[in-house]
Ligand binder design. Sequence first.
Ligand code: CTP
Ligand code: CA
Length: 227
Amino acid sequence: IERLGRRRAMEGVRVLVTAGATVERIDPVRYLTNDSSGKMGFAVAEAARDLGAKVTLVAGRADVAPPGGVELVRVESAQQMYDAVLSRFAEADIVVKAAAVADYRPAQTAARKLKKTEATLSLELERTPDILKALGERKAPGQVLVGFAAETNDLAKHAMGKAARKQADFIAGNDVSKPNVGFGHDTNAVSVYTAEGLVEDLPLQSKRAVADRLLAIAYDAYKARAE
Ligand code: CTP
Ligand code: CA
């Protein structure tokens, strides 16, 4: 951990980060998305870059500009993010999945703008692929996988459950019912869990500071395996 204080402590480490919201098209001018601003994932990418890592950033819709000095892959839908991430996974040492991926998408995307007809309209939605779970199933022993979980209740239970179900090494859980935590804010407070229990509480601080600490935890685990 101390060593991460040094510049370029992660030199040569390949970090894959996802950030932002996915966009699921209903028709050419309408879509489903969520409140993710992209700030948390961008902070992770920027922090890893500053530590000398080789960073690939797969970004969906975001409210702010992505950091420079990283390989940027822009995607729209959960399916595009899945394809972009899975095809790059083998070349990554550490993966941080901060993106807010839509759980459902329209079962059909209309090629033309929908016209209003009836008084009500039902949209049929279908599940999107779970990217983090797919990575967990394909993970090599040396790779470290970090996910996020935004919850309003039972944070520890949900975060530990997600770590187990998705075979993620760490889940950074945040309680978004608290002020200044999560979506859209420049600050965050997260608790880092493995499937077995709490690793560390990161109290309310800038997303960049959360990112630095989260990377230190992931990098420690990565180094421990390499030894
Ligand atoms: N995630 C993913 N692909 C999805 C859904 C989620 O990769 N289709 C990832 C997120 O990027 C995050 C983690 O899984 O790192 C947890 O996301 P979350 O939405 O909290 O978990 P879900 O499994 O979708 O459960 P739920 O929304 O029902 O709480
Ligand atoms: Ca979800």
